[in-house]
Design a protein around this ligand. Structure first.
Ligand SMILES: NC(=O)c1ccc[n+]([C@@H]2O[C@H](COP(=O)([O-])OP(=O)(O)OC[C@H]3O[C@@H](n4cnc5c(N)ncnc54)[C@H](O)[C@@H]3O)[C@@H](O)[C@H]2O)c1
Ligand SMILES: O=C(O)C(=O)C[C@]1(C(=O)O)C=C[C@@H](O)C=C1
Length: 363
C-alpha cells in the first residue's frame, strides 16, 4: 500500500494513520472537525492535503451511524480504489450502504478488536492494534484487490486478520464487547450516588470492572442502536443469572440451614462458571491464555519512576507481559503490578531489590 485516506481522525483513525505513516505509507487525513485533523497531523499521523489521485485504500473511522454516508460520499467522489470502515457493528452499515446505492464490491466492512475508553486523536497510539484480532467481513461481491489491501493494512498495523460473516460478527461482539460495556456501566452507575466513605475504599477490583464505564455515551448509543437484538438476548440471560444469584443470597441470609446450604451452592456455582469462562479469554496475540504471576513493586508518584522500573526489568532480561497500577489512597505512592512468566518472578524480584526497589511480599 502506497497511499491511504483516513476519514475520522479520532482514536481509531489516528491510531491506524500513525501506524501506516510510520511504515512509509502516505496518509491523507480528513474529519468533519478540522481541529481534529490538525491535532492528528501534529502527532505525525499524516497530511491534511486532499489526495491528488485515488488512494489505494480509504479507512472510514467515524461513528457507526455515519459510516454508510461517509463510504458512499467517498465512492461518489472517486477518492479511493477501495474503502473499509472500522465500525464496531457490521450488519447495519452494510445494509444502509446498500440502501444508499453504494458500491458493495469496493467496500469491505472491518473491525479492529482494540480500543480504549477515551476518544479523539490525543488518545491514539501507533501500537494500538499490535497482536489484536482485526475482523474482515468479505462477501462474494468483495473485490479481491480491496481484500488484499485490507490484509496489508492489518499486517502493517501488526494485527491478526479474522474473516467472518457480518451478522455472526455482530452476535459475537454482543457477547464479548457490547454486553461487557453495559455491565461495566451498570456497576459504575451504583457509585454515582454512593457515600464518599464507601467510594474512597475503591480498590483494584472495581477499577478493573469499571474502566470501560468511562467510554463516550454518544458513541455507545450509536453502537448499541446498530446491534440491539443480540445484546438484549445476552442481557436477558445475564438477568436470569442475576435473579438466581439474588435468590441464592437471600437464602444465605435466612436463618434456615437447608436454605443456606442451597444458597451457598448457588453462589459457588456462579463463581465456578465465571472461572470456567475467564480461562477461555485468549492471552496476548490471541494465544491460549498464559498464567502470569505478579511482582508488585512500591513506587513513588514522581515523573520517570515507571520508565525506570521498566528499564531495570529490561536490564535484568525480563519481559513484562502486562502491567497495572494501583494508587494508594491519600498517599503520594502506589503499587505497580508487573505480570511476568512464572520462571521470571525470582530473577525479577532479585534484580529489582538490588536496584533499591521495594517489593511487596506475596501471600
Ligand atoms: N473506541 C473504541 O474502542 C473502538 C474500537 C474499535 C472500533 N471502534 C469504531 O471506530 C469508529 C471510530 O471510533 P473512535 O473511538 O475513533 O471515535 P472518535 O470519537 O475518537 O472519532 C470519531 C471521529 O469521527 C469524526 N466524524 C464523525 N462524523 C464524521 C463524518 N461524517 N465525516 C468525517 N468525520 C466524522 C469525529 O469528528 C471524530 O473525530 C467507530 O465506528 C467505532 O465504533 C471504536
Ligand atoms: O479496551 C477498550 O477500551 C475497549 O472497550 C475496546 C473494545 C472492546 O470491547 O474490546 C470496545 C469496542 C470496540 O468496538 C472494540 C474494542
Amino acid at each position: 500500500m502506497r497511499t491511504s485516506l483516513v476519514v475520522g481522525t479520532g482514536l481509531i483513525g489516528t491510531s491506524a494513520a500513525l501506524a501506516l505513516s510510520a511504515r512509509g505509507v502516505r496518509v491523507h487525513l480528513s474529519d468533519r472537525d478540522h481541529e481534529r485533523v490538525r491535532t492528528a497531523c501534529s502527532l505525525g499521523a499524516g497530511t491534511d492535503e486532499e489526495p491528488g489521485e485515488p488512494v489505494d485504500l480509504a479507512i472510514v473511522a467515524v461513528p457507526p451511524a455515519r459510516i454508510a454516508g461517509a463510504v458512499a460520499g467517498l465512492q461518489r467522489r472517486g477518492l479511493a480504489r477501495g474503502v473499509i470502515d472500522v465500525g464496531s457493528v457490521k450488519g447495519t452499515p452494510r445494509r444502509e450502504l446498500t440502501e444508499l446505492g453504494g458500491d458493495l464490491t469496493t467496500y469491505l466492512g472491518s473491525h479492529p478488536m482494540a480500543g480504549r475508553e477515551r476518544n479523539g486523536p490525543l488518545a491514539a497510539t501507533a501500537d494500538l492494534f499490535e497482536g489484536r484480532p482485526w475482523v474482515l467481513t468479505p462477501t462474494q461481491q468483495t473485490d479481491t484487490e480491496v481484500l488484499n489491501q485490507a490484509l496489508e493494512l492489518i499486517a502493517l498495523c501488526g494485527a491478526v486478520p479474522v474473516l467472518m460473516d457480518a451478522d455472526a460478527h455482530d452476535r459475537a461482539v454482543a457477547l464479548v464487547s457490547h454486553t461487557p460495556q453495559l455491565l461495566s456501566s451498570l456497576v459504575a452507575a451504583r457509585l454515582e450516588a454512593a457515600a464518599d466513605t464507601a467510594v474512597r475504599l475503591c480498590g483494584q477490583g472495581i477499577r478493573d470492572v469499571t474502566r470501560i464505564a468511562g467510554s463516550d455515551p454518544g458513541m455507545w448509543v450509536d453502537i448499541l442502536s446498530a446491534n440491539p437484538g443480540p445484546v438484549a438476548d445476552i442481557l436477558a440471560e445475564v438477568s436470569a443469572d442475576l435473579d438466581g444469584t439474588v435468590r441464592a443470597l437471600r437464602a444465605l441470609e435466612s436463618g434456615d440451614e437447608a436454605k443456606q446450604t442451597a444458597g451457598a451452592e448457588g453462589v459457588a456455582d456462579l463463581l465456578r462458571r465465571g472461572n470456567a469462562g475467564r480461562v477461555r479469554v485468549p492471552g496476548k496475540h490471541g494465544q491460549a491464555p498464559t498464567a502470569y504471576e505478579d511482582v508488585v513493586v512500591l513506587i513513588s508518584d514522581r515523573p520517570g519512576e515507571l520508565a525506570r522500573i521498566f528499564a531495570d526489568a529490561g536490564a535484568a532480561g525480563v519481559n513484562i507481559e502486562d502491567v497495572r497500577i494501583e494508587h494508594a489512597t491519600g498517599q503520594q505512592a502506589g503499587y505497580v503490578q508487573l505480570m511476568v512468566e512464572p520462571r521470571a518472578v525470582r530473577p525479577l524480584q532479585t534484580a529489582l531489590r538490588e536496584r533499591g526497589w521495594s517489593i511487596r511480599q506475596q501471600p
